[in-house]
Design a protein around this ligand. Structure first.
Ligand SMILES: [Zn+2]
Length: 376
């Protein structure tokens, strides 16, 4: 049996400079004593020490508490040092110092802060960037984006030409009332089925659902919805919404290093097609500018009110509970995805107020819309 070695030579780094201080080391059960030539001995209690796992050679010991900015480090080259110090030090101090527990808590808190920051970053930065970028995007890009989405939609391949003509004429009429020259080619498309909805795609396409055509009882009502959608396009709302979504999933992919997240983002976007990531503010803006457009075009604004009211009536929240099935939700998604309808209606009403006593000519005097509109 050999006597345990308790004296070693090491090098001390004070944490303030790169200078090496050669020291003599004495191990005791309570502390490690360091002796610098010509100085008082330094006492390091085990409670203030940290060291890495046994594989480390040369052996490093850090001294100081976490709040202490400059940790002192003792480096010992002697391979016997580890065994000696781990035998003589208190039991609970075996592999890594007592400070490890505190470290673990600090790391955990750090990771939580990191996750939280990443979350905030992913939630806010894409919107911020998208809003900055959207004005710099060329119209051609928007058109390409809108057309590629359009190609994925199950659109009516043989739309009723008469219905389509009414819709397109309404669009053209509203377009002529837009102030200044606008760069988009506004084209109407019809989505078959009972869903009551309408979409504005980036760069010009306006998609009106058959269910909405059926709900509308006059061309003025259709004009109200179309004016709203036209404003989404002119104000680049859809483009911005899509950019936000894309940027969000791309950032997410960067953070978690997973390309699938990007694909998931694209899939989510398809699910959110009804809203295209439009925010409440965008909806309110499209309402207001839409109503302005209706008034400038000399179209009876009560049509816009009527269709919005009607869409509200069929809104799932207002219908009896047992009738609110998932299909209902799907059918009347226009207002369920266009939130806070009551306040929106009130705002439109207020905007209409100054024109209350005006007499309005019918939009298409020789057309009986209810005769040609699709049946549900
Ligand atoms: Zn909208």
């Amino acid at each position: 049996m050999t006597a345990r070695k308790l004296q070693f030579a090491g090098t001390l780094f004070d944490g303030k400079s790169a200078r090496k201080h050669p020291v003599d080391i004495a191990l005791t059960p309570r502390e490690i004593i360091l002796k610098k030539p010509g100085h008082e001995p330094i006492h390091w209690f085990y409670g203030n020490l940290r060291w890495a796992a046994k594989t480390t050679s040369p052996f490093h010991i850090e001294h100081g508490d976490i709040n202490n900015e400059c940790l002192e480090t003792l480096v010992v080259e002697d391979p016997d040092f580890y065994e000696s110090v781990s035998k003589i030090a208190p039991d609970n101090f075996s592999d890594t110092g007592r400070q490890t527990e505190i470290n673990w808590k600090i790391y955990a808190a750090g990771i939580l802060i990191l996750i939280f920051s990443a979350y905030v970053f992913i939630k806010t930065v894409p919107s911020f960037l998208a809003d900055r970028m959207v004005d710099k995007i060329p119209v051609e890009w928007e058109v390409t984006l809108g057309q590629s989405i359009l190609k994925m939609l199950p659109l009516e391949q043989k739309p009723d030409q008469q219905v389509l003509a009414v819709l397109q004429e309404t669009v053209d009429l509203l377009e002529r009332s837009v102030e200044g020259k606008q760069p988009y080619d506004l084209q109407v498309y019809i989505w078959p089925g009972k869903t009551v909805n309408a979409l504005a795609l980036p760069g010009g396409p306006i998609v009106v659902f058959e269910g909405l055509l059926n709900q509308a009882e006059s061309p003025e009502e259709l004009a109200g919805v179309i004016a709203h959608e036209i404003q989404h396009i002119l104000l680049r709302h859809s483009t911005r919404g899509i950019l936000r979504n894309m940027a969000q999933s791309m950032l997410l992919a960067l953070f978690i290093g997973d390309v699938n997240a990007v694909m998931e983002g694209v899939a989510n976007l398809a699910g959110e097609l009804e809203t295209l990531g439009l925010s409440r503010d965008m909806e309110a803006e499209a309402d207001q500018k839409g109503m302005e457009l209706i008034l400038t075009a000399n179209i009876d604004p009560r049509g816009m009110m009527r269709i919005f009211e009607k869409l509200m009536e069929v809104e799932p929240e207002n219908s009896p509970k047992e009738k609110t099935t998932e299909t209902d939700m799907e059918l009347f998604s226009y207002f369920s995805t266009h939130p806070s309808s009551q306040s929106r209606l009130a705002k439109l009403e207020k905007q209409m107020e100054p024109h209350k006593n005006k007499t309005w000519a019918p939009l298409f005097p020789n057309l009986n819309w209810n005769e040609i509109k699709p049946e549900n």
